[in-house]
Design a protein around this ligand. Structure first.
Ligand code: NAP
Length: 280
């Protein structure tokens, strides 16, 4: 049996929950707002306190909704946001962070990520991250959508080895990172955070995933999550309704057997060579 640990260490030694909550497309529809806020709050009650957002999501609407959901319980949350690559020069990163803090109704982010690598030299973004950390506006910084070669470039820059997390697309149907990026990060104790861990709900309706789920009296989404989490990879599923949040939380307790894992490997084979990093 392989069950997931509940927390994962950042390079600093601080441990954070393995299972968090995503917020892309949350806040887009006023009619769903109350359900989305209730879902996020239920997730916090259940210990899914890593909340991932970005200035990009709904052009700030997601951050505003997250701010409303976490009001009065900021200290319970490990809050993650992201700067767009086009804003990621030295002054732009600082301004973007301050705008995110205002929308989120807080004075600090726990983790601030470069959303993906753009044309602005990484050195400039790093200078801004350092300044934001020194002023207490961010506690950790990291990156997203960086492949192994981007990570190699990053750690070769002075201070680049301070990266706390790489957030990438990873799930049972998108396993390319297992070939190179995942071992690279494991060797350096840089945790991976899996986005779209249930492939945005596009789950196969038949086959091994469904059979494994049935054997555990679980849902395919829960098996997808348990499969990511068992490796010590963080996952941030987005759920706009309380029922989905509760289902996702239960995935932490789902123990996949070696037979389950073999069946899933048969249906969703691991990579046998380098694969370009998948991005959504
Ligand atoms: P996801 O979490 O894989 O899937 C979200 C979809 O799955 C929603 O439609 C949701 O429906 C549904 N869902 C949630 N729980 C479910 C369950 N138990 N059973 C069935 N369906 C369920 O996709 P994602 O939103 O793309 O990724 C998660 C988070 O990662 C994002 O929200 C965002 O924070 C982050 N992200 C980062 C990047 C990046 O470039 N760094 C890119 C993409 C995503 P309901 O909403 O109706 O519950």
């Amino acid at each position: 049996m392989t069950s997931a640990p509940d927390t994962v260490p950042l390079p600093s030694g601080e441990r954070i929950p393995l299972l968090g909550q995503g917020t892309w497309r949350i806040g887009d529809h006023p009619r769903r707002r109350a359900d989305e806020i209730a879902a996020l709050r239920r997730g916090l009650d259940l210990g899914m306190t890593v909340v991932d957002t970005a200035e990009m999501y709904g052009s700030g609407a997601s951050e505003e909704l997250v701010g409303e959901a976490i009001a009065g319980r900021r200290d319970d949350v490990f809050l993650v946001s992201k700067v767009l690559p086009g804003n990621a020069d030295r002054s732009g990163t600082i301004a973007a962070c301050e705008d995110s803090l205002r929308r989120l109704g807080t004075d600090r982010l726990d983790l601030y990520l470069l959303h993906w690598r753009g044309r602005i030299p990484l050195e400039e973004t790093l200078e801004a991250f350092t300044e934001l950390a020194e002023s207490g506006k961010i506690r950790h910084w990291g990156v997203s959508n960086f492949d192994a070669s981007d990570m190699t470039d990053l750690v070769s820059i002075p201070g680049g080895d301070g990266v706390a997390v790489n957030q990438v697309l990873y799930n049972l149907t998108r396993r390319g990172v297992e070939y190179d990026l995942m071992p690279w990060c494991h060797r350096r104790n840089i945790p991976l955070m899996a986005y779209s861990p249930i492939e945005q709900g596009r789950l196969p309706r038949t086959g091994a995933l469904r059979e494994v789920a049935q054997a555990h009296d679980a849902t395919p989404a829960q098996v997808m999550l348990a499969w990511v989490l068992r490796q010590g990879v963080m996952a941030i599923p987005k759920a706009g309704r309380v029922g989905h949040v509760e289902e996702n939380r239960a995935a932490l307790d789902l123990e996949l057997t070696s037979e389950d894992l073999a069946a899933l490997d048969g249906a969703f084979p691991p990579p046998t060579g380098p694969v370009p990093l998948d991005i959504l």
